[in-house]
Ligand binder design. Structure first.
Ligand SMILES: [Zn+2]
Length: 91
């Protein structure tokens, strides 16, 4: 069967089986090298309190949230786009 991508959409090479992660939207188990990683910075405090504190000039720490998405969800939520054959990386 012909392959759409040489790597199968992954970056593991000949490493063997990598760690699997859960998709943040649908919960599907995906290998970490295939999943789309998205880092967000979330405020520690409640958004309502955040506004008031910001007015007073307080420095509010932000928490880093790393989320993984499966390919299906990444396309649906427009993190990545479907590319045509000549736009894709590699053969
Ligand atoms: Zn998903």
């Amino acid at each position: 069967m012909p392959k759409k991508r040489k790597s199968g959409g992954r970056s593991k090479g000949s490493k063997g089986k990598p760690v699997t992660v859960h998709c943040a939207k649908c919960g599907r188990l995906v290998p970490r090298d295939k999943a789309k990683k998205k880092t967000r910075y979330q405020s520690v405090v409640d958004p309502k309190i955040y506004k008031d504190l910001k007015k007073q000039g307080a420095i509010i720490p932000k928490r880093q949230v790393i989320q993984y998405y499966c390919v299906k969800c990444a396309v649906h939520y427009r993190l990545v786009k479907i590319r045509s054959k000549d736009e894709r990386k590699g053969p």
